[in-house]
Design a binder for this molecule. Structure first.
Ligand code: ATP
Length: 135
């Protein structure tokens, strides 16, 4: 691997959804946006629901992540997430439906509502819609 590259692996319950050499990435770290270049210091952090921005050979693209963990070690960045999709893979109609469901659930406020869960579902849906519209 060239000294100016780092390997990015994104692992979900579906398996390894991404494994390529990239030049730069920005991840939604729990304590703020985290820019990572090759040879970054070793690091482990949790991630928020958000959008990863990746630069590879002069091209830029984005990946939605549902939160999870990020580890950097020896120019290898590993992201563990419940879900991750490249923006072009996002099914916007599905995200719109998920958003509506979550909003209806929150508005109905039934006694057995798990508000934190509904809010996370809403945030995933809103972030997917944003990610897809930004591509
Ligand atoms: P839904 O209610 O539509 O399932 P969700 O936010 O609960 O949305 P997740 O638990 O984040 O879904 O993801 C479950 C699986 O479905 C993952 O593999 C994820 O990549 C995929 N997925 C969920 N929503 C979308 C979408 N809008 N477009 C593409 N893949 C999606």
């Amino acid at each position: 691997m060239s000294e100016n590259k780092q390997r990015l692996e994104i692992v979900t319950p579906q398996g390894k959804v991404f494994s390529e050499e990239v030049d730069f990435l920005v991840a939604p770290g729990a304590e703020g946006e985290l820019g990572i270049l090759p040879n970054h210091a070793a690091l482990i952090t949790s991630l928020n629901i958000g959008i990863m921005r990746i630069e590879q050979d002069g091209k830029k693209f984005k990946v939605f992540v549902s939160g999870g963990f990020l580890n950097v070690r020896n120019s290898k960045v590993t992201v563990l997430a419940t879900a991750a999709e490249r923006t072009e893979e996002i099914d916007v109609a599905r995200a719109e439906a998920a958003k509506q469901r979550a909003e209806d659930r929150i508005a109905a406020g039934s006694p057995d509502l798990d508000l934190a869960r509904a809010e996370l579902a809403l945030q995933r849906a809103i972030t997917r819609i944003k990610a897809a519209s930004e591509k």
